[in-house]
Write a protein that binds this ligand. Sequence first.
Ligand SMILES: [Ca+2]
Ligand SMILES: [Ca+2]
Length: 290
Amino acid sequence: MKKYLLLLIFCFLLLECRIPVFSGYNESKIITESLIRDIFDLSENQELIESEYEIQPGDWLLKIAEKKYGDGSLWEAIALFNPEISNPNLISPGDVIRVPKIIEIEPEVIKKPVEDPVETEMPDILEIANFNSGFEENLLGGAFGVWDKDPDDITQSCRMEFERNITSTGYGYSLKLIYDVNSPNPAYNGFWMHLLGADFTPYSFLYLSVKGEPDAGFTDRFKIELKDTEGVSESFMLDGITARWQEKRIPLAFFKNIDMSSAGEFVVVFEDQVSSPKTGIIYLDNIYVK
Ligand SMILES: [Ca+2]
Ligand SMILES: [Ca+2]
């Protein structure tokens, strides 16, 4: 940890500030304490120096770093704080050098180095499923399948198939959901798909392509449910489904209570109280967030 923090300092000094600290020891004199304070936004009160050390015969910086930190590779830290040293291998016994303290830098303290680099760009779209592989695994690596409220109740069911001939894109497969919530018992079922903790926070909308099967009949509405990995769920009633492919766009803000940084599951719910007709076929394709 300590080593990490010191090396962090060097990384930023060398890469972000482009100060030739170690490329030549004559140039290293431009490193000053005020510059270090400025770079790391450290207050004047923040102690940078742990102690002073008198160089002993036979010492060189690597050896001193071993004595002080138990890690010779940190000699550069000492060099940084002693710009008068022009060659780390040639130091004079009797000279007193400054031994830097390990600085516990809070992330927010490292302001300039964090602001300057090019920010890590999130892709502006995260594809979740297109069903084109024909395997029961989505593009995030998550499994999917169908579920029933009561698998033992033969009067209600949901089955799925990969459909080659009816896709939103004209190639690959779509997912065909054959539902039946026509039952004397309370009935609901549908489709589930794991999202494996995907981070949805950079995205605003959930998209999915959907259509009904006119010959078999289909409900023009069903519920979409999102769950986070803690199991908190929110649902949204998707309606206006027709026999033609439509790309539906659902604001992720509608799923307001779930933790979007850790998406757990996407669920389709056909309910006896909602579905009309109570048996039918729905196709899904191209599910993504953007
Ligand atoms: Ca597809
Ligand atoms: Ca039935």
